[in-house]
Design a protein around this ligand. Structure first.
Ligand code: PLP
Length: 381
């Protein structure tokens, strides 16, 4: 089956009891046993729940993986992933990271003796150098990165990591499996904040891991139960409902982002604009090679720094100023003071997250209304 069909049918049989085409929301914490430890596959909803099980197999199918595991948030998924790396482990991570991931790496895991080295992964040669410096347990990648939409050549990095015996985990939140499936490019683990495009309607917080290897899958399923950062059955239902429309939504998000990117590139009040689907993007050729589409996020740096950025934000009428991304409604973020505020200024600016940077999550409203909104707000600076 092709991608859009898989989203709706793979791993989602009709309910065996009633024939319901959608899996019911099984609001039960525990399950009756006919004799001690004799049951129908479900014991306690932390270790497994029928609604979650359907979501998990749908996630695995969407990412071309073997096993999907659902979590209560993207960071819950990441925390559980990191539990597999004990004191003394070394992680080589992309340097342009989601702020919450950076905070967990830098202000938490480091204290427990996990070494994390950050690398600009836009050039795979730098990844090779970093891996060569010391034994590496995991290479951790985001592509496109947040908020600057830089790309990492996933096939090249996976090959380098595997040669050195490291596993490769990719946070695929920004692209979504509609546009990029890292496991098909060689990655071992895919991470998601399902809060974003997979849920798609800004109504839940959730996360996921998708594994390609059965041994790894077993280990992480064990950790999922042992750590306990699991989602409620109702949240699982909502993510599954979102997943069904992921294909059509991503095409609509992209139409919006294209209209906005066209307007921003070359605009006299814009110093730089970043959209992997636009020919002006420094890695557009790589984007076309490893992605099927380019998503709904557009970032740009307004000329005039913080003051101009704040005036732009005040001028918007359709875009809502709020953290998060990937929902049907358009959102705007000022990374320096919102999503990336936990990074010290020096660190932030070294990564290119300046005070003039704006991140747009283009929703599925009419693209012309979104472009008009951005044009008007730029005019008010
Ligand atoms: C939001 C986000 C996360 C964290 O997910 P939560 O669901 O907020 O815990 C991780 N990575 C990326 C790229 C994100 O956008």
């Amino acid at each position: 089956m092709r991608f859009d069909t898989r989203l709706i049918h793979s791993g989602q049989p009709a309910d065996p009891l009633t024939g319901a085409v959608n899996v019911p929301v099984y609001l039960s914490s525990t399950f009756r046993q006919s004799a001690p430890n004799r049951h129908r596959g479900y014991v306690y909803s932390r270790s497994g729940n029928p609604t979650r099980a359907v979501l998990e197999s749908a996630l695995a199918a969407a990412e071309s993986g073997r096993t999907g595991l659902a979590f209560s948030s993207g960071l819950g998924a990441l925390t559980t992933l990191l539990e597999a790396f004990p004191t003394g482990s070394r992680i080589v991570s992309v340097d342009d990271l989601y702020g919450g991931t950076w905070r967990l790496f830098e202000h938490h895991r480091r204290q427990f003796g996990v070494r994390i080295d950050y690398v600009d992964m836009t050039d795979p040669a730098r990844v090779a150098d970093a891996i060569g410096e010391a034994p590496t347990a995991m290479v951790y990648v985001e592509s496109p990165t947040n908020p600057l939409l830089r790309l990492v050549d996933l096939r090249a990095v996976a090959r380098l990591a595997h040669r050195a015996g490291a596993v490769v985990a990719v946070d695929n939140t920004f692209a979504s499996p509609a546009n990029q499936r890292p496991i098909e490019l060689g990655a071992d683990i895919v991470l998601h904040s399902t809060t974003k495009y997979l849920g798609g309607h800004s109504d839940i917080i959730g996360g996921a891991l998708v594994l390609s290897d059965p041994k790894q899958a077993e280990r992480y399923a064990w950790l999922q139960n042992a750590v306990g950062a699991v989602p409620s059955p109702f949240d699982c239902f909502l993510v599954l409902r979102g997943l069904h429309t992921l294909g059509v939504r991503m095409r609509a998000h992209e139409a919006s982002a294209r209209a906005v990117a066209e307007l921003l590139v070359g605009h006299r009040k814009v110093r730089a604009a970043y959209y992997p689907g636009h020919a002006s993007h420094a890695q557009h050729a790589l984007a076309r090679r490893q992605m099927d589409g380019f998503g709904g996020i557009v970032s740009f740096e307004v000329a005039g720094g913080r003051g101009a950025a704040l005036r732009f934000l005040r001028g918007l009428e359709v875009f809502t100023l709020a953290e998060s991304l990937g929902g049907v409604e358009s959102l705007v973020d000022h990374p320096a003071s919102m999503t990336h505020a936990s990074m010290p200024r020096k660190e932030r600016e070294a990564h290119g997250v300046t005070d003039g940077l704006i991140r747009l999550s283009c929703g599925i409203e009419d693209p012309a209304d979104l472009a008009d909104d951005v044009r008007r707000a730029l005019g008010r600076i």
